[in-house]
Design a protein around this ligand. Sequence first.
Ligand code: ADP
Length: 404
Amino acid sequence: MIILVINCGSSSIKYQLLDMKNDDVYDLLAKGIVEKIGLELGMHTYRPSGKEKVVKELPIPDHKVGMQLVLDELVNPVSGVLKSFDDIEAVGHRIVQGADFFSGSAIVNEDVMEKIRICCDFAPLHNPAHILGIRAMQQVLPSVPQVVVFDTAFHQTMPQYNYMYGLPYKYYKDYHIRKYGAHGTSHQFVARRGAQLAGLDIEDSKIITCHLGNGSSITAVQDGKCLDTSMGFTPLAGPIMGTRCGNIDPNIVPYVMKKEGLSPDQMTELMNKKSGFLGLSGFSSDVRDLNAKAEDGDARAKLVFKVFTHEIIKIIGSYIAEMSGVDLIVFTAGIGENNARLRRRVCENFAFLGLAFDYETNAAAHSDAIISLPESKIKVAVVNTNEELVIARDTMHLVQESEE
Ligand code: ADP
C-alpha cells in the first residue's frame, strides 16, 4: 500500500512516501520538506530515492499550494516516483494533541476533525497547522482516505494518579487540565525496537525511553504500556530543552510577568522559544554549537550540559523507583542517537544498580545498538526513532480494516 505520511507545521510540511508491503517491510520512495509557507519566498526540498535531489524556491502562499507542489513532484516525469496521484492509496497525518479523545489512531471524518479542533486549545502552535494540512489534502486528493495518528495516544494508558495535577479538581473537569504527554509515537516505537534488540518481551518488561531532541521527553513503559511521562499538559514540561524551559517552579511565571510587564502570550513565548539551552547559554539551542563552545571552556555551555544531564538522571531515577526496577533504558532522537558523551554520563550514575556500560560500543553508536555489556543488570540501547513508519503502519491497518 502506497502511503503518504504528512507532518504539518504552521509554516512547513514534512513528508515521506512509503510503499508498505507489511508492518516491517517497506520501501521509502521519496521524502522532503516544504518550508517558509506564507513568506515571500518558500522552499521545497524533495529527495526521491535513487534519483537526484530537487530544491525549488518559489512563493508558497498556503498549505494547499504546498501539498500540490509535493504531489506534482511525486508524479513529475523526471524526478517523480509515481505514475499518477491515483497510486497514493492513503494519507497519514501526525497530530500533536488528541487529549483524552483519542487513545489510538483514527480515520478522518467530521467528528474527528471537530475533536482535533477542540484540542487546538492545548496545542495552539501545532493542531491548527495539522487541520490546515488535512483540509489541504482533502482538496487535492478528495477520494483518498486520511488517517490521523496522535502523539498523545500512547500515553492514554497512564493511571489517573500520574496524570492529575494538584490544582482544584474543577479545572480538570471544566478545562481538561491534566498530563497528556507527547512524542508518544516515538516512545512506543523505540520501546518495541529496544526490547527486540535486548531480547526482552515487551509485554513483561520495565523500559525507560529517552527521546532527546530539540524537544525532549522521557517515558516509563511497563509491560508495553505508558505508566508515566515527563511532558505534561503541553510539551513544555520535563527536562530543559533546546528553547523550552522544562519544569520550573510555577510561581516564577507570575513573578517574571510582573517584573517584566509581560502578557500571557509573551510569557508563553519566553518559556517556549527563548529559554532552555538557548536561554541558559545565551547563544544557541543546538547541542552541536554548545559542544564546540564547551570544548573551548565556555562555562555556560558546560552548565547547560550539567543541568540537562542531571535532569535526565533525576527523571530516570524517579521512573526506576516508580516501576520498582528497570530492564532497559533506550536513547533516541537527535541528541539521544548522536551524543555518546551524554549517554555515558547518564548511565554512569546507574552503575550502583549494576548497569555495566560498554564504553567502546557507545562511542561509535549512532543507530540501533546495545551499549551495555552482556553482564549488565540494566540493558541500554540506542534506537533510531521512526515516527513516519508508525504513522504508515497505523494508516495501513485502519484503511485495510475499513475496506474489509
Ligand atoms: P527535533 O525535536 O526538532 O526533531 P532532533 O531530534 O533533530 O530535533 O534533535 C535536534 C538536536 O539533536 C540538536 O540539539 C542537534 O544538535 C542534535 N543533533 C542532531 N544530529 C546530530 C549529530 N549528528 N551529532 C550531534 N548532535 C546532533
